[in-house]
Ligand binder design. Structure first.
Ligand SMILES: [Fe+2]
Length: 279
């Protein structure tokens, strides 16, 4: 019999403001996160971990991280957090002192084991900038971390996607040194997924021969504008997050990503009655 998958949820781009403030004057990101956490707590079976892939807050400000921590308190699942371009290294470190970051200063990289799976988070944020970049120290740490095992599958999380999406204003601020990341990943072929955020919508592709995604946000989505000169805009689309399911199997196993809509929807309803007859 196939063993059940290891589930790792990913939420992204929370953009929490001070209490009572709206993002862009319009989006209640705190209420959106509360609905997201209620949805995570409802999941059966529970994920082993929730990864927050950056843009934890919006400005950033200390009061926003305090608000974020109050909003995260009802979450009944362990969290791992990595910064995005709206975050501050120092404020994330101060807000999450229990996170096992590999270095005491600088980039906030971490790895942890979930059963047979390694979960690796790398910090792609650049202080004061929107685009992403992996520092030499982070690339060296990632190289050593992936070299530590030749057999354990790994899932890699970072804020900035290392690939183009076709949304021009976001592609101008994606991961700048994606080829450096590809070189490390190709040296250690045990990564089964590259999971980013930043784009506030679900995208899937391949990068360095590995499945790669961006995670939707619980709040606003970057509008799907694929025109070359479209201005940056956002839309209130159905909020969602990702549930990554890793199945044990040949090689490094198989990874499936489910998109989980956030909200109260009609159902579930049975397909069949007690006699197995379709309703
Ligand atoms: Fe964001």
């Amino acid at each position: 019999m196939t063993s059940p998958p290891i589930l790792v949820a990913q939420i992204s781009d929370l953009h929490v403001k001070r209490p009572g403030e709206l993002a862009y004057g319009r989006v209640d990101t705190a209420a959106a996160l509360a609905r997201c956490i209620a949805e995570l707590n409802r999941l059966t079976p529970r994920p082993e971990l929730v990864v927050v892939s950056g843009d934890l807050v919006d400005t950033p400000a200390k009061e926003e991280y305090e608000h974020l921590k109050r909003l995260l308190a009802p979450l009944e699942i362990q969290v791992a957090v990595v910064p995005g371009n709206h975050d501050s290294h120092a404020l994330v470190r101060a807000a999450f002192p229990a996170q096992p970051y590999a270095q005491a200063t600088g980039a906030l990289d971490l790895s942890l084991g979930i059963g047979m799976l390694d979960i690796v988070l790398v910090d792609s944020s650049v202080p004061g900038a929107s685009h992403g970049h992996l520092e030499p120290a982070t690339l060296g740490w990632l190289d050593a971390t992936l070299a530590a095992s030749a057999t354990r599958p790994a899932l890699l999380f970072l804020h900035h996607p290392p690939f183009l999406t076709g949304i021009a204003h976001m592609d101008r601020q994606n991961l700048g040194n994606a080829s450096d990341l590809a070189a490390v990943l190709l040296r250690h072929p045990r990564t089964r997924l590259i999971a980013a955020g930043h784009v506030h919508r679900a995208v899937s592709t391949m990068f360095a021969g590995i499945a790669a995604t961006t995670c939707p946000a619980p709040n606003h989505a970057v509008a799907l504008d694929l025109g070359e000169h479209d201005p940056p805009t956002f839309k209130i689309e159905p909020p969602a997050f990702h549930a990554h399911a890793w199945f044990q199997g040949a090689g490094f196993g198989d990874l499936v990503t489910h998109l989980v809509p956030i909200g109260d929807f009609d159902g579930p309803h049975p397909f069949f009655d007690a006699h197995g007859k379709q309703l």
